[in-house]
Ligand binder design. Sequence first.
Ligand SMILES: Cc1ncc(COP(=O)(O)O)c(C=O)c1O
Length: 359
Amino acid sequence: MPELELFRRYPETRALDHIELASLPTPVDHQQELGAELGLAGLWIKRDDKTAPLYGGNKVRKLEFLLGHALAQGRNAVWTVGAIGSHHVLATCLYARQAGLDPHALHFPQPLTDHVREVLRALSTTRPQLELASSKNTMPIKLAKRRVSEWLSRTENPYYIPGGGSAPRGVLGYVNAALELARQIDNGELPVPDVIFVAAGTCGTLAGLELGCRLAELPCRVVGVRVVDKVLANPLVTANLANRAGKLLAEHGVSVPKIRASDIEMIDKYFGPGYGQQTPEGMAAIKLARSYSDIELDPTYTAKAFAGLMQYDAGSQRQMKNMLYWHTLSSSDLSELVNKADIDSNLPAEYQQFFVESS
Ligand SMILES: Cc1ncc(COP(=O)(O)O)c(C=O)c1O
């Protein structure tokens, strides 16, 4: 596997804890037909759905640094949080178990769909220690934070990975990803995109891309399409994460620009009625992507992000623009894991209610 672009460019950063989980670089696909349908000069898709065969998507790059750090600290378990259908919780539990770390997760409720059930079935194969928060603990966000603290306080010095893996070390995965893209541009695989679109949940992906593009001096706009509540995803949170990741890099000899909240471009209007709830724009994006490409979008994250791209800058400038959509949803086939699922033995009794209609 080629060395991470971050390490190649800044050799001192090789001292950062890291384990190899992803197959990098991920491809960039030129989507001619879809781009033409959208009236763009060009459309490219960065295929982070293919970061790893076991389970792809955007969590893998973050976990390389987070689990690398947990192992370097001599830990034997990790703790994390997310909604019951969280891709982050699934990825963390899968890769933690693979790395010899016991996974623990605190789950919050979300609308139940077949996709959520599939995630839970796959999760059961990791034999996680799970706890389910009640819907009373979700809003306001202060209550959820209190619930997480209470859960963590029952363990002495837990290695905690925050929701979405959006800790400064996780963000480094996406700084590297932007540098990787810059290399692909240098290699002639694509032109410099005018705009990069990505879903913004816990904002670590967006923060890393923004910082990485600055380091690579790529003159593109990075646009986050907000897919969670505004208290969680906003320019301030994103800039703060980028700067904390920047501090880690500065400690390893990298000259890092400061990111201000006003540097972060975030679009709010595709969020819809709530987290995990479908929107008409998102459903139209799913349909369009299916008709013109092999890209499968999900209603919670990637469909909303793609809907943002579809309608961005609808003026006359649009046909001059090259856009890049950063695809963050795993496209790994989960059927093998789902077939091995043992929801009766490996999920707590209160999770059985989620499978009543589907079984
Ligand atoms: C498929 C997918 N895309 C995008 C995101 C958002 O990434 P981030 O939390 O880094 O903003 C997530 C987060 O869970 C996700 O699962």
